[in-house]
Structures are given as C-alpha cells and as structure tokens.
Design a protein around this ligand. Structure first.
Ligand SMILES: *[C@@H]1O[C@H](CO)[C@@H](O)[C@H](O)[C@H]1NC(C)=O
Ligand SMILES: *[C@@H]1O[C@H](CO)[C@@H](O)[C@H](O)[C@H]1NC(C)=O
Ligand SMILES: *[C@@H]1O[C@H](CO)[C@@H](O)[C@H](O)[C@H]1NC(C)=O
Ligand SMILES: *[C@@H]1O[C@H](CO)[C@@H](O)[C@H](O)[C@H]1NC(C)=O
Ligand SMILES: *[C@@H]1O[C@H](CO)[C@@H](O)[C@H](O)[C@H]1NC(C)=O
Ligand SMILES: *[C@@H]1O[C@H](CO)[C@@H](O)[C@H](O)[C@H]1NC(C)=O
Ligand SMILES: *[C@@H]1O[C@H](CO)[C@@H](O)[C@H](O)[C@H]1NC(C)=O
Ligand SMILES: *[C@@H]1O[C@H](CO)[C@@H](O)[C@H](O)[C@H]1NC(C)=O
Ligand SMILES: *[C@@H]1O[C@H](CO)[C@@H](O)[C@H](O)[C@H]1NC(C)=O
Ligand SMILES: *[C@@H]1O[C@H](CO)[C@@H](O)[C@H](O)[C@H]1NC(C)=O
Ligand SMILES: *[C@@H]1O[C@H](CO)[C@@H](O)[C@H](O)[C@H]1NC(C)=O
Ligand SMILES: *[C@@H]1O[C@H](CO)[C@@H](O)[C@H](O)[C@H]1NC(C)=O
Length: 706
C-alpha cells in the first residue's frame, strides 16, 4: 500500500469538505486576477481583476491596490480604459499607465502619468499611433524616464496599425520558405519589435514622439522578432536599472524558424546609437559550447552589470532542460557562467536578490511550481531547496527588505497573494480568492489529494479531486483526464479551461495523472517519452487506472470517462484503439492528433521531428508505430470530438478525420468546432457551450444524468 497516498487521504478526510459546487457559469464569471506588483519601497501593490456578467455578456475589469502590511484592498480604478500600470516616477506612488484608447489615432494607445493617491488627476503624456503594449520603464539619473513597449512592425521598422491599413484587392498569401503560419496566425512580413522612448522629466513628463525600433534592423536568414510569438510578452525584454541598455530575446536569425528552437539574447543601447549584438550567439567569445537552444527571461542585475537568463542545449527540442546562466556584461572581460548545472530541474522564472548575490528561480516541481534560491557562487552540484510548497507560482517580486511578494494559484483557489522570507517562512498572508469570491466559496485543500503508484519504469504521481459533499462511503464515476504537452503536466493550479473542480462537481472523482513525459519529476522521466508516445505514458495510465480500480473504493471505474486535449487528445485516440479504451463508457478528444503522419502539416516542425526522433521520410516507422489511426479496427467507445478552426498546431482536419471514422463505423460520436478559437477555447460564451456539450455527453454515458 502506498503510504504517501494514505497519509494524504487521511489528511483529506480529517475535515470533510462542506458542500460546495462550482458550475461552468461560475468558473467563467468569477474574477480573474493579474499578479500583484509592488511599488518601489514594497508598501503597496496593484492588481487587476476581470469578471464576466451572464446578464450583459460583458467582461468588466477593475484595478485595486493592496496594503502590503495589512492586506487591505482598495479600489483604484473602475473603468475599461486602463490596460497596464507600471510603478515609476518621482514619488513612491507615481505610475505610468497605458490607456487603450487614443483620441488622435484610431487603433493607437496613449500613455498617462499619475499618482495612485489621486488617479483622477492623471495626465496625457504620449499618443502613440499603433497598439503598443508591454510597457517597462525606469527613471534615469537625469529625472527622465526611459521606457520600452512592443508592437507588430513593418520590415522598415514602422509600427503596424491595422486600423489604418487599406485592405489589398487580393487576399493571396505567397511563401517561398517554411513557417507559413503559427499557432492561430498566418505569418506575414510583419514581425513584433521592441520600441524605446524617453519621457522628459520636469513637473510633468513630456514626450517628443520619437520611438526607436531596436529589433527590426537585425536580420540574416530571417529578421529578428521580439517578443517571440505566440506566447512572448514583456518578459522577453528588459531595461537596465539605469535605463541605458536593453536586452531582448529573438529566435536565431541565422536559421529557418519552423524547424529550430534556437533563440538568443541581444544587447542594445536604449537610444539605439549602435546595433544590437547577441550575448550568447553560437560563436560569441565565451558562449558555452553546448548552448544552442532556446533562451528565455533576460533579467538585469540590480547594479546592471549582469544578466541572468535561461538557455537550453538542444537546437530543436523545445522542452530541453533550461540551464541557469549569468552573463557579465559591463566589463571588457565579458563572460558567461552556468549555475547549478547538474540540478535536475528546468526553471522558467527568475529574479535577482536585492544585493545581486543570488537568484530566485521558479520551476515545475512535483506537481507544483516552486521558488528556489541559487547563489551566484553555486557550483555544478549545488541543489537548491524549495521556498514554497503548494501551488503554481505565477510571479514573485523581491522587495527591498529581501522578502518575496508571491502571486500563485492552486486547484482550490484562482489567486493567492502572500509574502515569504528568503528561507520560505510566511511573513504576511495577504489574499486568498477562495475566501472572497462567492463562486469559489467552500473550495479548499480538502478537495484535493494525490497519490503515487508504480508506472512503466518509475513512480507516477496523480492528483485526485473530490466532488461537492464527497462521502468516501459512496461511489462516484471516474473522470480520468490526460494532460497535453506532452512535456507539461497537471499542476496544482487554477485553470479556466480544464478546471478539475468544475469537472468533479458534476459528480465525479477526477484522477489527473502525470505519466512519463510530465515536467517536474526530473529530465529522465520527461525525456523518456521521445519516440515512445503510446509506450511508457500509456503503460503508466493503465497502471494508474488499475490502482484506482483496486484501491479506491469510492471510485466507480465501471462508469468512468476519459478526456484529454492536445497530446491528451492524441492519447485519448490511442486509448480508443487499445485495451484501456474498453474500460471507459465515453471518451473526449479536444484538438488531438488522429494521424501522426499528418503532423507534417503542423507549424512548429521541430516538435514532431523531435518527438518521433526523425523526419517523416527518414523515420516513417516511428510515425507509424505511434499512430492512433493504425488501430481503427479496435475503436468502440462513444467519443466526443472537439476541434477548432484556428488551431494551426493540430489542424482541424485531425478532428474531422476522427469524427468521420467514428461515424462511418457506427460508434456514437459528436463533433464540436469553434471557427474563432485556436488550440484553446478562450471566449467565455464559447467555453460555456464547450462545457455544456461535453458534460451532457459524459454525464449521459457515466449515468450521472439520463
Ligand atoms: C497600511 O495600513 C496601515 C494600517 O492601517 C497603515 O499604517 C499604513 O500607512 C498603510 N500603508 C500604506 C502604504 O498605505
Ligand atoms: C464584477 O466585479 C465588479 C467589481 O468588482 C462588481 O461590482 C460586480 O458585481 C461583479 N460582477 C459579477 C457578475 O460578479
Ligand atoms: C464599477 O462600475 C460599474 C458601472 O460601470 C458598477 O456597476 C460597479 O459596481 C462598479 N464596481 C465597483 C467595485 O465599484
Ligand atoms: C519611498 O519610501 C521609502 C520607504 O518608505 C522612503 O524612505 C523614501 O523617502 C520614499 N521616497 C519618496 C520619494 O517619497
Ligand atoms: C483614456 O483616454 C480617453 C481619450 O482617448 C480619455 O477620454 C479618458 O479619460 C482616458 N481615461 C483614462 C483613465 O485615462
Ligand atoms: C514603412 O512601410 C509601411 C508599409 O509599406 C509604410 O506604410 C510606411 O510609410 C513605411 N515607413 C517609413 C518610415 O518609410
Ligand atoms: C529620434 O531618434 C533617432 C534615433 O535615435 C535620432 O537619430 C533622432 O535624432 C531622434 N529625433 C528626435 C526628434 O529626437
Ligand atoms: C547568416 O546565416 C548563415 C546561415 O544560413 C551563416 O552561415 C552566416 O554566418 C550568417 N551571416 C551572418 C552575418 O551572421
Ligand atoms: C530545416 O529546414 C531547412 C529548409 O527550410 C533545411 O535546409 C534544414 O535542413 C532543416 N533542418 C532540420 C533540422 O530539419
Ligand atoms: C567574469 O567576469 C567578471 C567581471 O570581469 C569577473 O569578475 C569574473 O571573475 C569572470 N568570471 C570568469 C569565470 O571568468
Ligand atoms: C518544500 O517541499 C516539500 C515537499 O516536497 C514541503 O514539504 C516543504 O514544506 C517545502 N518547503 C517550503 C519552505 O515550503
Ligand atoms: C533517436 O535516434 C538516434 C539516431 O538514430 C538513436 O541513437 C536514438 O537511440 C534514438 N532515440 C530514441 C529515443 O528513439
């Protein structure tokens, strides 16, 4: 018997959860809060909160301040115009904000200056004639403010404003190299760029109107682009604390974009007086020889002399391990050091300590995203200790007193704010969404447990989520949910798309396993999925199912359902063709892969070529071995299929193929598609239909409803 599990279950059962159910409507209406960003002395924080009304069918955003000593929350702004706020300026309460409207230029934005103690006295500083976003700003010694924003730009460097562009007479798209589309967008000659500007100081800031594009001039095989699309944001660039220097991330300009993951960090003067140069180009003076892969998260040290960042070794593996690097950038003896190189973890967030002698990084760790401290003196074998435990850290800021202001979420809370000391002790507990939002009332850690069981070659962790009013002497149908990635995981975080508690509260016990390929249990476990898509992970899922069947009396496996998206959709299709498929009453595939051979039609070619360990033409056997479509003759279980039109990662023909086969073979099946959604369903009205249709389907087959 697994002791860890029984211990966790005992804890979970010590206090029986009070009745609490969260419906899809509540999930989608409930406030979605940004992270909490502290002012320079660390006394006040700001966050935004967006909720949705099913009466007006509109989202509404407010901005709040938080007293970081007491946790007291005050309303700062209630309206639709402010999209971003940054702390900068002459006083500790000065801010700049982006007003998403612009009186002079349709499609532009404006920058305002003000003070949170008198927001209604804020004044217009700059009208910018394009939809810039991602504001970062620092005060310089002269009293000016140097800032950065980003926007899509023409090849000549001018920012692109769709509202002002005349539509061409023909809609033709013509390409002569790979990467014709990405995520949900057909690619054009326009690329994102970072723009620099200076607000001149005085009583009130003013702006000359001069914005310098720091990125577009850098080109070779391709033109530089920053932030890197589709998920890049202001975390892809940074400005030195004195405002003189900018670091930005771009994909490698010497390589085709669709089949390499390589990216580099460039340094450039904020005033654009000289051309940007890479700090970790392949042939740099001290670039680690193996570091050729994707870079991330450039962060200047407090004194501006160094940049911390991550880089992977593999040139075409997007989930290779992120190694932690520190580049000395202010000296003639430019050099790069790798920290804690043998730490078996892949961190993805970084901040500097106040004195610049260590880094706080965050990494997926055993189903959570935890913070760790790594001193700059760390040798290769240094193993950092975790400072946080439960939850997925969304952001953290190091305060002037050395403590960390953390924003995270958990399976039972959409947003928590708290302050910890550098050794992980709780200093100030500020906010828990589940104690405030009526939609989340009653949710808590007692709704969740976890267990480990022996998988294909090592222990496999699974989350267990209990339904409203859970009574272990009763039985609840199993909802078995397989995650995407496959390098990724089911984490202890709040999701607005696959919210475990919303699924459980339909009347299921949710089991969310982290099989081979999952991130947070070491690189060997993660990397073992290569050329093994239906192998180890499938065996792990079978082992988890059998464990649930034989150990958890309150789970009704006879009437269970299985669901998954992306790789989880691939796995659902694989399960349909294998024995595990017969254990479920219904299956749900969201934007999955039906025919792996057809993955040559995806956008990020490196992905399938790494996962199948070769190209379609040289390694066709690997593609066929793991191809769900080769097991059609076994398909038998009722199957709900979702596939969206703007999904260019797994094109919608994958879902249509799946549905066509199911229908022609007479297997009960249903197809749902949103023409305006990508790999994810983001629009709340669409998401409500998604939930309603899927729940109607699984609840029917599991016997929860007629
Ligand atoms: C926070 O609240 C305390 C207690 O009310 C007060 O003394 C302090 O001034 C507040 N801090 C700020 C920054 O408003
Ligand atoms: C949305 O939030 C606003 C401001 O916090 C609040 O006044 C309103 O009642 C909320 N609406 C819903 C539907 O929760
Ligand atoms: C914000 O303004 C709206 C009207 O635009 C109002 O319904 C709502 O109650 C206000 N929210 C708060 C928190 O004051
Ligand atoms: C900002 O706050 C710190 C700490 O409270 C204080 O020492 C400093 O004088 C303040 N700066 C300004 C410009 O008010
Ligand atoms: C935003 O800009 C508009 C003009 O485009 C102005 O009327 C409005 O007052 C501004 N709102 C804020 C909060 O600055
Ligand atoms: C840059 O190119 C765009 C699109 O061709 C054009 O509209 C714009 O005027 C150009 N800007 C400059 C400064 O030449
Ligand atoms: C605008 O910036 C460019 C590039 O730094 C510079 O050459 C030019 O003199 C600036 N123009 C104004 C009006 O400041
Ligand atoms: C441009 O890219 C090619 C690779 O295609 C590389 O060999 C060459 O060195 C690059 N040129 C420059 C100036 O970096
Ligand atoms: C990537 O594609 C280019 C052509 O676009 C080709 O020359 C190169 O060999 C490919 N590299 C890999 C690793 O597939
Ligand atoms: C890197 O450069 C810094 C600054 O010049 C120097 O202090 C440090 O010793 C150098 N480190 C290595 C490993 O050479
Ligand atoms: C570190 O993680 C362990 C579980 O792996 C947990 O028991 C411990 O409390 C965490 N440490 C801190 C400081 O949160
Ligand atoms: C991938 O291919 C290489 C080269 O053929 C081979 O050495 C390696 O074992 C393969 N890895 C996997 C996981 O199949």
């Amino acid at each position: 018997m697994n002791m860890l599990f029984w211990k966790a279950l005992a804890t979970a059962l010590a206090v029986l959860p009070i009745a609490s159910a969260i419906t899809p409507e509540e999930l989608l209406a409930a406030p979605r809060r940004s992270d909490l960003s502290p002012n320079p002395p660390g006394e006040i924080g700001i966050f935004s909160s967006t909720n949705y009304s099913w009466e007006s069918h509109k989202a509404h955003t407010v901005w709040n301040t938080v007293n970081l000593t007491t946790g007291e929350i005050s309303l700062l702004y209630n309206g639709s115009e402010i999209s971003e706020i940054v702390w900068v300026g002459p006083t500790n309460t000065s801010i700049l904000y982006i007003n998403g409207t612009n009186e002079e230029d349709d499609g532009g934005i404006s920058i305002y200056g003000g003070d949170i103690t008198a927001l209604d006295e804020a004044y217009l500083i700059a009208s910018l004639p394009a939809p810039y976003s991602g504001l970062k700003a620092v005060a310089t010694s002269s009293g000016d403010v140097n800032f950065l924003v980003n926007a899509l730009a023409w090849p000549n460097g001018t920012a692109y404003n769709e509202a002002l562009v005349e539509q061409p007479l023909s809609t033709a798209r013509i390409y002569d190299s790979i990467y014709v589309r990405h995520w949900d967008t057909w690619l054009t000659e326009r690329k994102y760029a970072v723009f620099a500007g200076t607000l001149t100081g005085g009583d009130k800031y003013s702006f000359s109107g001069n914005l310098t594009n720091l990125v577009s001039a850098i080109s070779n095989v391709t033109r530089a682009e920053s932030p890197v699309q589709p998920f890049g944001d202001s975390g892809d660039y940074d400005i030195s604390p004195d405002g003189t220097t900018v670091a930005f991330l771009t994909k490698n300009i010497d390589l085709p974009l669709a089949n390499y993951t390589s990216s580099q960090i460039y340094l450039v003067p904020h005033n654009g007086s000289s051309k940007a140069v890479p700090i970790n180009g392949f042939s740099g003076p001290s670039t680690p020889p193996n570091a050729q892969g994707a870079s991330a998260q450039p962060h200047f040290s407090p004194d501006g002399s160094k940049i911390a960042y991550f880089q992977q070794d593999g040139i075409s593996y997007e989930s290779d391990k992120n190694k932690v690097y520190v580049a000395n950038v202010d000296s003639e003896n430019f050099n790069i050091t790798v920290l804690a190189e043998n730490w078996d973890s892949t961190p993805d967030q970084v901040s500097w300590s106040v004195d610049g002698t260590s880094l706080f990084v965050a990494a997926p760790d055993l189903g959570n995203e935890r913070i760790f401290e790594i001193p700059l003196s760390a040798q290769a074998d240094f193993k950092p200790a975790n400072l946080t435990d439960s939850g997925v850290v969304a952001s953290y800021y190091v305060l002037p007193d050395g403590n960390l202001l953390v924003s995270d979420s958990k399976i039972w809370s959409s947003r928590d704010f708290y302050i910890i000391s550098p050794d992980g002790a709780l200093v100030t507990d500020l906010f828990h969404a589940n104690q405030v939002d009526p939609e989340l009332a009653g949710l808590g850690p007692d709704d969740v447990s976890e267990f480990y069981t022996q998988g294909s070659f090592t222990q496999v962790q699974s989350w267990l989520i209990f339904p409203k009013g859970f009574d272990p002497s009763k039985k609840y149908p199993l909802a078995f949910i397989v995650h995407g990635g496959p390098q990724g995981g089911h984490y202890n975080s709040w999701s607005t798309r696959w919210n475990f508690k919303v699924w459980a509260d339909q009347g299921y016990v949710v089991v969310a396993p982290n099989p081979t390929g999952s991130t947070g249990w070491g690189t060997a476990f993660q990397d073992a999925i290569q050329n093994n898509w239906g192998g180890y992970p499938y065996e792990d899922l079978v082992a988890v199912w059998e464990y649930v069947d034989s150990h958890l009396d309150y789970v009704d496996t006879e009437n269970g359902i299985e669901a998954g998206a992306s790789y989880g959709g691939y796995m659902t299709n694989w399960i349909q063709g294998h024995d595990l498929g017969r254990k479920f009453k219904a299956l749900v595939t969201h934007d999955g892969a039906t025919n792996i051979v057809a993955q040559i039609g995806t956008e990020e070619l490196w992905f399938t070529q790494h996962e199948m360990n070769g190209t379609l033409w040289d390694n066709r056997d690997n593609y066929e071995r793991w191809n769900p479509i080769n097991y059609i003759h076994n398909w038998a279980t009722p199957h709900f299929v979702v596939h969206n039109s703007l999904d260019y990662r797994l094109p919608e023909s994958e879902g249509i193929a799946l549905f066509n086969i199911l229908q022609e073979r007479g297997i009960p099946s249903k197809f749902l598609s949103f023409p305006d959604e990508n790999h994810w369903v983001l629009n709340r009205e669409n998401s409500l239909v998604w939930h309603r249709e899927i729940f109607d389907w699984i609840n029917h087959y599991s016997g929860i409803s007629g």
